[in-house]
Write a protein that binds this ligand. Structure first.
Ligand SMILES: C[S@@+](CC[C@H](N)C(=O)[O-])C[C@H]1O[C@@H](n2cnc3c(N)ncnc32)[C@H](O)[C@@H]1O
Length: 358
């Protein structure tokens, strides 16, 4: 096979397909996507031999919006027999292996759907003899190394699986591309996990150190009940929390939060500027994109992290348009920022954008 497999949140297959088609075209790779609604993955068949490998080695999951993981697929096995699944799978992996790369990791995965989750126990159990078989035949190192090539099996049923691989710098570091986080017991809302995932997975260590420091300042637009403010306070920032709603009392008791019942669209920072602007207001994405770029452009905030709530249709196109709006409004200054957009695991019908000053 000469195809790519991208995992996504169920329901976002059309968006991944549109994005993957565009990303491949930028690498001069052409083909066509195939998917069923809500199956949690998309297969992209490339036209020219070797093209899937080219994309797999060049396209980082972190540069995409909707893909959770991207795999180069070499085989699709659709008639695995219960009494010997291992044989044909080992054979497929051997047939597509190359001396150029060392396999250091093994992933046995399934879609993030109800049907997929039924395969979870089987996938876990199957990993053990497969890992052993691969190590015995020298196809997988004994020591796991995060930067090596990863072997992936993606089961769509007990007798059907895709076989493929990913590269260290390009893949998501998380199994199935899913960053699971424990809900912090003191946080006032589940939304807190969206900002935590963004901080942990979309910023570099040096950006985190630069932004989150004692004495740092932030504005949180649409703050109530305070899940995002919780993440900022936890990282020692003083926060101006803007919302007509009620804010969590424990957050107020930290002494690091000032709550203003004002409109997020007309609010201005009390002391002229802050280090970080965050925004989780439920509003049209073009309005939020314009507001965020104005804050950055006018120097009211150095960096911004925000959600863009997505419409039911043409979500990829909506995000691309919002990004275009941000870049246009920033003008030449856009080159001073690192802009990332991701549909995070904890996001629902929204994407998270980080705009971080270099
Ligand atoms: C999804 S909730 C935010 C949840 C919050 N990030 C958390 O973690 O707890 C959206 C909030 O935006 C607020 N909001 C919507 N429009 C607003 C506006 N124009 N100005 C200020 N707040 C607004 C709503 O009152 C609501 O509390």
């Amino acid at each position: 096979m000469n195809s790519l497999l991208a995992y996504c949140r169920p329901g976002y297959e059309g968006d991944v397909a549109a994005e993957l088609t565009q990303c491949c075209a930028e690498l001069q790779v052409y083909g066509y996507p195939v998917f069923n609604r809500a199956q949690g993955f998309v297969v992209f068949h490339c036209n020219e031999e070797g093209d899937a490998e080219t994309v797999g080695q060049q396209l980082a999951v972190s540069q995409t919006i909707f893909a959770r993981q991207i795999i180069v697929i070499t085989h699709y096995l659709d008639d695995l027999e219960k009494k010997d699944r291992l044989g044909p799978i080992l054979h497929a992996i051997e047939a597509s292996d190359s001396d150029e790369h060392t396999n250091t990791l093994l992933y046995v995965e399934h879609a993030d759907t109800e049907a997929g989750k039924e395969l979870a126990k089987f996938c876990r159990k199957f990993t053990v003899p497969l890992r052993q078989g691969l190590r015995n035949s020298g196809r997988l190192t004994y020591k796991e190394k995060p930067h090596g090539r990863g072997i992936h099996l993606f089961f769509t049923d007990y007798d059907k699986c895709y076989v493929g691989h990913s590269y260290g710098k390009q893949r998501s570091a998380f199994a199935s591309g899913v960053c699971r986080l424990k809900f912090p017991s003191g946080a006032p809302s589940r939304s807190t996990l969206k900002l935590e995932e963004a901080i942990l997975t979309m910023l570099t260590e040096s950006q985190r150190q630069r932004i989150f420091r004692e004495g740092g300042t932030a504005v949180d637009l649409g703050a109530c009940p305070g899940g995002w403010t919780y993440q900022l306070v936890k990282r020692e920032l003083s926060v101006e929390a803007i919302d007509n709603g009620l804010i969590d009392e424990h957050l107020m008791a930290t002494g690091l939060v000032n709550h203003y019942a004002e409109d997020g669209f007309t609010y201005r920072p009390k002391f002229g500027r802050v280090d970080l602007l965050v925004c989780d207001m439920i509003e049209r994405p073009d309005r939020v994109a314009a507001l965020m770029s104005d804050w950055l452009h006018k120097g009211w905030a150095d960096h911004a992290i925000f959600n863009l709530k997505l419409p039911m249709k043409k979500r990829y196109e909506t995000v691309v348009a919002a990004l275009g709006e941000i870049k246009t409004r920033l003008g030449k200054a856009q080159h001073d920022y690192m802009i990332n957009v991701r549909h995070l695991y904890h996001d629902r019908d929204e994407v998270t954008v980080t705009v971080i000053k270099d």
